[in-house]
Design a protein around this ligand. Structure first.
Ligand SMILES: Cc1cc2nc3c(=O)[nH]c(=O)nc-3n(C[C@H](O)[C@H](O)[C@H](O)COP(=O)(O)OP(=O)(O)OC[C@H]3O[C@@H](n4cnc5c(N)ncnc54)[C@H](O)[C@@H]3O)c2cc1C
Length: 307
């Protein structure tokens, strides 16, 4: 029986593990690999680590928690349940000596830090450029392409909303709405900001090596660009929060309070899965906030047992 089981070993989960281990709690982190930003070349916007490779960030974070005796399991959590005794039971699948096996782990409290999965455009060429010159977050990668020819890709008005945001980084922005409906209001704003509209369906992305150079449309026309940003949505990476009865909001995020509690007794959640501002630094901060709340709950339970 471990004090705290953390599912998800990204910035949120590992940050929580660090604080909890330093509170002398027994902690197991289960992680299935490939954090959300694994396709990126560099992490931007994290003080003291700006420009670090995502894999190196993760390795360093894992080394930090190992120093305090945290158990790291490279495994997938398949299901989770809150038992009648108030403890959590999680079924995991792991590979041991080349063979897959399943087993269950029990914990007093549970933290979900399983993140989100981006819905990426299904376009020929996308995979080649993703992470180098095709991105989803202007805050993460806009500076690297400042004052270059930027394309915003999305469905109708979504593309124009993204293009408006990209004007912070470049005056040369166009929007590819991929055949989606464009409202009169957004059309007016785009014209006022000098955002060129391409309303046809996109056929493919083309370029040299990992650098995008143009967007090709179904009719044969094309537009030149140096980088493309997209906003085609995202969803929760794991359905464990739903399995455990958490409330999912209209924004498809898990609802938590200011201490990262989900409302399910003993269940906390941190990171992108409940957060609108999705940065590594925010995920790590939420993990730390959850850890403090979890430690307090363990303190309260101990005090209650003794009184
Ligand atoms: C291409 C790209 C570039 C980005 N660049 C930046 C940037 O420059 N700066 C920045 O601040 N942010 C950036 N972000 C956002 C950043 O990646 C996220 O905000 C951050 O990773 C969120 O951390 P997290 O811990 O919530 O989730 P994640 O980092 O996604 O970690 C979740 C972990 O949970 C694990 N997991 C999920 N389900 C299970 C399960 N059932 N069992 C076991 N493990 C599970 C996964 O394996 C994963 O390792 C970028 C995102 C993308 C997509």
């Amino acid at each position: 029986m471990t004090d705290v089981l953390i599912i998800g070993g990204g910035p949120a989960g590992l940050s929580a593990a660090l604080i909890l281990a330093r509170c002398q709690r027994s902690v197991i982190v289960i992680d299935a690999g490939e954090g959300r930003n694994h396709r990126a070349h560099e992490v931007h916007g994290f003080l003291t680590r700006d420009g670090i490779a995502p894999a190196e960030f993760r390795d360093r974070a894992r080394r930090d928690v190992l120093r305090y005796g945290v158990t790291l399991l490279d495994a997938e959590a398949l299901s989770a349940a809150l038992q009648s005794n108030g403890r959590f039971r999680v079924r995991i699948r792991e590979t041991v000596n080349g063979a897959e096996r399943e087993r269950t782990i029990e914990s007093v409290l549970l933290l979900l830090a399983t993140g989100v999965r981006d819905k990426v455009p299904n376009l020929p060429g996308f995979d080649r450029f993703y992470g180098s010159s095709v991105h989803h977050c202007p805050y993460c990668d806009g500076w690297e392409h400042r004052e270059r020819r930027l394309v915003a890709f999305g469905d109708g008005d979504d593309a124009i909303g993204l293009a408006m945001s990209l004007r912070t980084w470049s005056s040369r922005v166009s929007a590819c709405t991929n055949g989606g409906a464009v409202s009169a209001e957004k059309r007016t704003v785009a014209a006022a900001l000098g955002i060129e509209l391409h309303e046809g369906a996109v056929r493919s992305l083309e370029g040299a090596h990992d650098r995008i150079e143009r967007v090709l449309f179904s009719g044969g026309a094309s537009t030149e660009c140096d980088a493309l940003f997209f906003n085609t949505g995202q969803g929760l990476r794991s359905d464990l929060a739903k399995q455990l009865g958490c409330c999912i909001g209209d924004n498809q995020k898990v609802q938590t309070d200011e201490r990262q509690c989900t409302g399910v007794p003993g269940l906390y959640l941190a990171g992108d899965a409940d957060e609108d501002v999705q940065f590594v630094v925010n995920a790590a901060a939420e993990g730390a906030r959850a850890a403090v709340a979890i430690n307090r709950e363990l303190q309260d339970r101990a005090a209650h047992r003794q009184s």
